[in-house]
Design a protein around this ligand. Structure first.
Ligand SMILES: C[S@@+](CC[C@H](N)C(=O)[O-])C[C@H]1O[C@@H](n2cnc3c(N)ncnc32)[C@H](O)[C@@H]1O
Length: 370
């Protein structure tokens, strides 16, 4: 019997009971078990994409550019009854929030006085870590465990029915961290089956689930997909987006993440799906090893997310690469030079954020509006 850590023991007990565990449940426990999940125990995991940077770990510039863009959006929104609210979902160690708030404080002091920064973070432990990072901004930041709680508590006049929030709701690298269901293509029977997890020889193995509650939308490419072609889907991410869209009365819903359109997801060349594990900052293919000790993440299906927002009444404003998103922001800043002279450090950060070989192409930005 191989040694198992605490999360593995918990997953093993549930798998033994259920026979085959949907992979999404494995991922949920591995990442978010309230005591032993990866996100509960790994306070800082900079460069969580192995040898790559995240946009936030690159430096402050990413947050500063977002802050500049948010200030512009809030300006447009503020005309009527609107408050000045920025909602960040999944704030990790609080660094991005600190970068955004410090830019607003130094560059838009009036706006800073009015700003309410809400963080949606289900993990109580992470909330505490974020509170430490955000001590200098304590009077402006409030925490909520989920969207509904935020809508209930943060907007006291909302005897109104939802939606009722005015402002910006955004996330960076949140959608990729929602549990995914993993499907394989059975070429002989021309149908999809869902992968689950079973126990064998004291470890975890892949096993087909007898019945799946989820399905993969039909694709014209199915006739050419090789047997075993793998793809993931994340109803949890879509539901989260729909819920966030549902409380937004007026404003913007923004996601920055790595991902594909629905069509790109089905690339016949990518036969093994997009799910990856990161163990001690290196990518590994062994997705079922070391649950709780390794990060698990899959590319976002932006078409599905876009559809979820549109079904909640939002209009898609743009969907583009991080390169275009940030270059366009920078182009707006040229008019009034809020960043002063561009330093060597800022130039280097901007290159990392926007160069196609670094973070520029893989990461995308989706903005929907009401
Ligand atoms: C990969 S980190 C996000 C990275 C971070 N935004 C950054 O830019 O560095 C994922 C974060 O989302 C949080 N999270 C997980 N499920 C969530 C949910 N349903 N709503 C909001 N946050 C969630 C996790 O606890 C963690 O803080």
């Amino acid at each position: 019997m191989q040694d198992m850590n605490s999360v593995a023991e918990i997953i093993r007990a549930e798998t033994t009971q259920r026979g085959v565990l949907p992979f999404a449940r494995f991922m949920e426990l591995a990442l978010y078990h309230p005591e032993f999940g990866y996100y509960e125990t790994q306070k800082h995991n900079p460069g969580r994409r192995g040898d790559f940077y995240t946009s936030v770990s690159t430096g402050e510039l990413f947050g500063h550019l977002l802050a500049f863009q948010f200030a512009g959006w809030l300006e447009e929104l503020r005309s009527a009854e609107c408050g000045v609210r920025i909602v960040e979902a999944g704030a990790h160690d609080g660094k991005l929030a600190a970068d955004i708030l410090s830019w607003v404080q130094s560059n838009r002091p009036k706006l800073f006085d009015q700003i309410e920064y809400s963080i949606i973070e289900p993990s109580a432990r992470r909330q505490q870590w974020q509170q430490e990072t955000l001590k200098p901004f304590a009077s402006h930041v409030h925490w909520f465990p989920d969207v509904q709680e935020m809508a209930k508590q943060a907007i006291p006049h909302s005897a109104l029915r939802t939606p009722h929030l005015s402002g910006i709701i955004f996330s960076n690298e949140l959608l990729d961290a929602f549990p995914v269901h993993r499907f394989g293509w059975d070429a002989e029977n021309k149908k999809w089956f869902e992968w689950g997890v079973a126990i064998a020889g004291g470890g975890f193995i892949w096993a087909k689930l007898e019945n799946s509650a989820f399905r993969i939308p039909n694709s014209e490419l199915e006739s050419v997909l090789p047997d075993g072609y793998t793809i993931e889907t994340s109803p949890a991410a879509e539901n989260w987006w729909r819920e966030a869209a549902g409380v937004l009365a007026r404003g913007k819903l923004l996601a920055i993440d790595y991902g594909f359109t629905g069509e790109e997801m089905f690339s016949p060349a990518r036969t093994r799906g997009t799910l990856r594990a990161y163990f001690r900052h290196h990518a590994t293919d062994d997705l079922l090893a070391n649950p709780g000790d390794q990060d698990l993440t899959a590319h976002v299906n932006f078409s599905a997310i876009q559809k979820a927002g549109e079904s909640a009444g939002l209009m898609t404003e743009f969907f583009c690469s991080q390169t275009k998103f940030l270059v366009d922001i920078l182009a707006t800043t040229e008019k009034n030079k809020p960043f002063g002279e561009w330093s060597v450090k800022q130039t280097r950060q901007f290159q990392t954020l926007t160069h196609p070989e670094h973070l520029g192409r893989a990461f995308r930005a989706l903005v929907q509006t009401r």
